[in-house]
Design a binder for this molecule. Structure first.
Ligand code: PMP
Length: 361
């Protein structure tokens, strides 16, 4: 006899994060995890330092200060916000609470991988819906819903494709779903969107009792290492989340850093302006070099080399210059690499590396 996990657990491929070392290369530029390029805001760094002396205390289990700060910054009721150890934790808690054996979870074919991984942890059947032009197909999503569907996930913008659905399509998706299905709008990249009609999800959450929005401090606030995410949800879902979350699920330093980050004047504006400028510049330069770049509303670009072999060669060429980007085989897109928008210098390195790759192979 040996102990065995539930069968669906063994269907999970262990998550492999980006590498951070290349043998023989001294200077590494990591552009593989869509991390904010400027690090955490200075005030957040100070807050993390200051919390060290309090490390013997448990954090505030009610997360009052950070929920109030998020509510004030985004104009939302703090009572309808729950924070998590990264938004990944909140996605997992939602699946744990509403999914499980005998239920189905619907997502688009190239949707964020954690929906599938976490769905399998919980024993959900995962339904992946083919996309149109690497964009979520609302009709396909609605057609895939069955009597056992309990969760539908939409990352908007989506990682890794960078594609976005217009607000009218997101609303059409919600309206087409039964009321016993939770729609999770994952807005991890909301701040970077430049489309004027975009709503990160709060409007839909307010007008439907079965829609939630998740957000993160990992991207725009450059705090991936702190693990701080949040969920805005209708009161009954908040009640459910408060039952399934651990009493101290977010650590004290992360919450203090989050409060300080939100207080940092101009941080979001500065980060968005940089991202918009360099997302455009890298897109234009690579396109001019004859490389296909998918349109992106996030802080990353999906670069398409046409074949897996060519993408691999491009990846190797970038590695030789210390550039670590993300191969997309795990997302069913082996012909693509996903490249985070870094600092101006890092983006210039990407342009130079790929332009040279196209010229000389
Ligand atoms: N959703 C999407 C679409 C993401 O790309 C990511 C980060 N890779 C997350 C959620 C999770 O972010 P975190 O757990 O760091 O908040």
């Amino acid at each position: 006899m040996t102990v065995v996990p539930r069968p669906s657990i063994l269907a999970v491929e262990p998550y492999v994060g980006g590498e951070s070392k290349i043998p023989g290369v001294n200077r590494i530029v990591k552009l593989s995890s869509n991390e904010g390029p400027f690090g955490p805001p200075p005030g957040a760094i100070e807050a993390i330092r200051a919390m060290a002396a309090e490390a013997h205390r448990y954090p505030d289990g009610g997360a009052k200060a950070i929920r109030e700060a998020i509510g004030a910054r985004f104009g939302l009721d703090p009572a309808r916000i729950v924070v998590g150890n990264g938004s990944d934790e909140l996605l997992a808690l939602l699946i744990l609470a509403y999914g499980g054996e005998g239920t189905e979870l619907v997502m688009s074919a190239h949707g964020f991988l954690m929906y599938e991984i976490t769905g399998l942890w919980a024993g959900c059947r995962i339904i992946k819906v083919p996309e149109k032009n690497l964009t979520t197909d609302v009709d396909g999503m609605l057609a895939a819903v069955g009597p056992r569907t309990r969760l539908v996930f939409l990352a908007n913008p989506n990682n890794p494709t960078g594609s976005i659905l217009p607000q009218s399509e997101v609303e059409r998706l919600r309206l087409g779903l039964r009321d016993d299905i939770l729609l999770v709008l994952d807005s991890a990249y909301a701040e970077y969107v430049t489309r004027p009609d975009y709503d990160a999800g709060a409007k839909l959450v307010d007008s439907s009792s079965t829609t939630v929005m998740t957000r993160t401090f990992s991207k725009i606030f450059g705090m991936g290492g702190m693990r701080l995410g949040w969920c805005y949800a209708p009161a009954p879902v908040i009640d459910v989340l408060s039952r399934v979350r651990g009493p101290f699920n977010v650590n004290a330093a992360a919450m203090a850093a989050g409060v300080a980050a939100l207080a940092e004047k101009g941080w979001i504006e500065k980060s968005v302006a940089h991202n918009t400028e360099w997302r455009g510049k890298v897109t234009d330069a690579l396109t001019a070099a004859g490389i296909k770049v998918w349109p992106s509303e996030g802080n990353f670009l999906l670069v398409d080399f046409g074949t897996g072999a060519k993408a691999k060669a491009a990846d190797d060429a970038m590695k030789q210059r210390g550039l670590i980007v993300r191969a997309m085989g795990g997302y069913g897109l082996p012909q693509c690499l996903r490249i985070t928008i870094g600092t101006a210098e890092e983006c210039t390195m990407v342009i130079e590396a790929l332009t040279a790759f196209v010229r000389h192979g």
